[in-house]
Design a protein around this ligand. Structure first.
Ligand SMILES: [Zn+2]
Length: 233
């Protein structure tokens, strides 16, 4: 089990000059928590209202569309956004707010099922989800897409999600808090190797990796933590 965090070359140009597409993420397992949380050089601009909405997957058959409503998780996914809005207005100085309507920035959320779990390149992420953020040369995020991968396996071959368990919905929120964090200048906690969940500091950062099916080891917290707030620009 390990974290996957790689840039994938999607050479797509945005309307902004020299904008880049950056694929981050891989919310799986194993890291050591650092406080303040490690950062990257891009994020939403201060004070920006950001709209979030559900999106339908269409693309290669390695994945099938499930949809936010298909897992009964709309409310859970929705709940991650006001949690971040609260932190950004009450606990850090970014002022970035996430709203269902009226925002300037845009976050889209997709939920898909991995059709070939564990198969290299067809279950490429070994992750609960990933974020694709489009950002300008000056590091301003323009848009963000979050995809949750049901049915994916971690590097130990264990299911990342168990949709039938009561821990599923709380885990979905944890994953969402993590993914939204990728648009807030935050990056994954450092990788220490495989199957070493114990190296993490339990619950210290939303940028921890998960450990066990539905994060059974509770590496991920259920709200934005002080170490995260300290890191936000
Ligand atoms: Zn991540």
């Amino acid at each position: 089990m390990s974290i996957e965090n790689k840039a994938i070359g999607i050479h797509e140009r945005s309307i902004m000059k020299a904008a880049r597409i950056f694929l981050v993420l891989g919310l799986v397992n194993v890291c050591s928590a650092v406080c303040p949380t490690p950062t990257v050089s891009y994020g939403w601009p201060r004070g920006l209202p950001v709209t979030y909405s559900w999106m339908t997957y269409f693309g290669p058959s390695a994945f099938s569309e499930v949809g936010v409503n298909g897992i009964g998780a709309a409310q859970t996914i929705d709940s991650a956004f006001p949690s971040w809005t609260y932190s950004n207005t009450q606990e850090n100085t970014s002022g970035v707010g996430f709203y269902w309507t009226g925002g300037t920035g845009q976050v889209n959320i997709m939920v898909v099922r991995v059709n070939y779990p564990g198969v290299p390149n067809l279950d490429p992420h070994r992750a609960a989800g990933y974020t694709m953020a489009q950002y300008s040369e000056t590091g301003i995020v323009i848009s963000q897409r979050i995809t949750l991968y049901l049915g994916s396996l971690d590097y130990g071959g264990n299911p990342i999600y168990d949709e039938a368990a009561s821990s599923f919905q709380p885990f979905v929120k944890k994953v969402m808090l993590h993914e939204i964090g990728h648009g807030m200048y935050l990056t994954d906690q450092p990788l220490f190797g495989s199957a070493l969940c114990g190296l993490q500091t339990f619950g210290e950062s939303v940028m921890n990796g998960s450990c066990g099916t539905n994060d059974s080891q509770n590496m991920l917290p259920t709200s934005v933590r002080p170490c995260d707030n300290q890191a936000i620009q």
